[in-house]
Each structure stands twice: as C-alpha cells, then as structure tokens.
Write a protein that binds this ligand. Structure first.
Ligand SMILES: *[C@@H]1O[C@H](CO)[C@@H](O)[C@H](O)[C@H]1NC(C)=O
Ligand SMILES: *[C@@H]1O[C@H](CO)[C@@H](O)[C@H](O)[C@H]1NC(C)=O
Length: 317
C-alpha cells in the first residue's frame, strides 16, 4: 500500500512545493511573517507553557499553593490554551503535568461552589436552560484535549482527584509515578461527574465492575492497579524520571510525520465512537486528501536510505 501510494504520488511532489509557496505569498513574505515573534507563547494565570524540546510543548497546571485546584480561570484558560495549541505548527506533541505536591486536587470548591447555585433565570426552565449552557462550557474544558489533533501525554504524580480524572481521561497517553493515586470524587460532593470521565473512562479501563466501584464508592485507585488495568501505560520511580520519559516519548512522536500522527489521532477518536464500517468510511474520506502528502514520499525515501524518522525534515503542521 505504502509503496503503491508512493509510486502514484511521486508525480505530485512538485505540485505540492508549488502550492506551498505560490498563492499570493512570495517566499520572502512568508519568512518575514514567521520571524515575527517566532517563539511567542501566551501567559496564563493557572497554566505555565514552555517549549521543552523541538516541537514539544509542556503545559503545567500551575497553582501549586492550591494543589492545582481548578478555579474559574482554569476552566476558561484550558479552552483558550488548547484551541491555540491545535493551531500551533511549532507544536507536534504536548505533555501535561502538575506543579508542586500533586497533579490536581480537582475542582476548587471554595471558588466554584457558587457558580451553579447563582445561575440567573426567572423560573425553573430558564434556570435549567442557563445551567445546561454552563455545563456544556465546562465539558469543553476537557473536550478541547480530544479535539486538539496533537497527541497529549498526561504525566501524573501524587493525587489526581475529581476534575483531574475528567482531564486525564481526555488525554491520549497517561504516565504516572509509583506514589500516584486516582479518585473520582464527585459522588462525595453529591453530584454525578458531568464533564467527561463517565463517558471516557469505560473505553480506557474496559473493566465495568472496576469502573463502577471507582465511581459509586469514590474508591482510590493506586498506581500499580492503574497500570494493570490500562489507565496508565507506565509507572516511574519519581517525578523527574517520569518527566524525562514523557518528554522523550513526546519527542519521538513529534519527530514523525505530523500528517500521519495527527491524522491517526483524529481517526482513533472518531473510531472509538462509531462502528467499524463508519470508521473505515471516514478513514477513506480522510485519506483521499491526506495520502497526497509529500510526507509519504519523504518517509519512503528515508526507508530506502536507511534513515530514522528524526533525520527527515517534515514540514510543520
Ligand atoms: C477488574 O478489576 C478488578 C479489580 O482490580 C480485578 O480484580 C479483576 O480481575 C478485573 N477483571 C478483569 C476481567 O480484568
Ligand atoms: C490511509 O493512509 C495511511 C497512510 O497515511 C495508510 O497506512 C492506511 O492504510 C490508509 N487507510 C485506508 C483505509 O486507505
């Protein structure tokens, strides 16, 4: 398949190069646009961003003095941040971690408790209508992780509680330290988790009896059990070792064709939620454009020349 595609597409290569430089922009204009603030990253109140390796972005939950509790600014900033990351061609993979003692203690009840109690509305219907809208906004805080085509690795140390479970279940890969623990805490504050963990976790763990234990009894899940059930794929001695490995993995991902990697993420997420036949139709429609990438030709050439992905210069995406 790859070889046939390569032969078919060899003829398209010059046209690609033409298309990338031609429409209305001279090469000089393009490079001057790019050189404007080449490495500008936004600053946030609750998130700290850093480009740690080539095309690898580190997003740190950054309220260590509050155990990274999720306050109003956090819910808003996650959406802003990951909508930008989705468009950022300098970023091909992301690592999320928490600053301080733990990954996150979940929703900040001190700050957020009143949000749903003080929703305006003249009657029950209008109040409910407005609450519905608010919940959807809150769901978006984690859905952006899934919508962002760049792979996202969650690196978890210490506790990952409540809202944290909603966050990590929307990530693509999870690593943790051996002292990490996980808890779906919502029932303890009298509510059903409503921002994604109930929908996503059963796809990740696949052991419904265990999922139900965790949800109904707010039972703590420790790192070894999390690993044996596939919630995390690796457990590390300490945070430093975990961060190194998470950055290494992100670097491996970022060195590969972004057309192939990001296309795979979009199609994996789609296939999780659709029957196989729909998934294949979607894939075929996706590929009828994406197979026309120069990345396939570059990859095939590299294989013939016995090069590794890191030695290939793929265009950004
Ligand atoms: C489900 O999880 C429980 C608790 O960890 C475990 O004892 C059991 O073997 C698991 N079942 C399957 C089929 O994985
Ligand atoms: C889509 O293209 C990829 C290469 O980018 C290939 O591995 C895969 O088999 C193709 N899938 C279909 C359904 O054509």
């Amino acid at each position: 398949m790859a070889v046939a595609a390569c032969a078919v597409l060899r003829g398209l290569l010059p046209r690609h190069l033409f298309v990338r430089t031609a429409p209305g922009l001279s090469v000089r204009q393009m490079s001057s646009q790019q050189s404007e603030k080449p490495d500008s990253l936004d600053t946030y109140e609750t998130l700290k961003l850093e480009r740690v390796r080539e095309k690898v972005l580190h997003v740190e939950l950054n309220r260590p003095e509050k155990r990274n509790a999720m306050n109003a600014a956090f819910w808003r900033e996650m959406v802003e941040c990951f909508n930008k990351v989705a468009q950022d061609s300098e970023c091909h993979a992301v690592v999320i971690s928490g600053a301080g003692k733990m990954f996150t203690s979940g929703i900040d009840l001190m700050e957020m408790g009143s949000v749903f109690l003080m929703v305006p509305g003249d009657d029950t219907a209008r109040k409910a209508w407005n609450i519905h809208k608010k919940i959807q906004e809150y769901q978006e805080t984690f859905t952006v992780l899934e919508k962002c085509p760049k792979p996202i690795i969650a690196a978890i140390h210490g506790g990952c509680i409540g809202g944290g479970m909603n966050l990590i279940s929307a990530c693509d890969i999870r690593y943790c330290t051996k002292d990490a623990w996980f808890q779906i805490k919502e029932v303890d504050v009298g509510l059903a988790a409503d921002v994604g963990v109930l929908q996503r976790l059963p796809h990740i763990i696949g052991n419904w009896s265990l999922v139900n234990e965790l949800v109904f009894a707010a039972r703590k899940l420790m790192a070894p059990e999390a690993e044996s059930h596939g919630l995390v794929s690796r457990v590390f001695q300490d945070k430093e070792a975990m961060m190194q490995s998470a950055f290494d993995l992100a670097t491996e991902i970022a060195s590969r064709s972004p057309v192939a990697v990001q296309g795979s993420k979009v199609n994996l997420v789609y296939s999780r939620d659709h029957p196989v036949s729909d998934g294949l139709n979607y894939m075929a429609a996706w590929n009828m454009s994406m197979l026309q990438t120069e990345d396939i030709i570059k990859s095939a050439q590299a294989i013939m020349e016995k090069k590794t992905p890191k030695q290939i210069a793929y265009s950004k995406l």
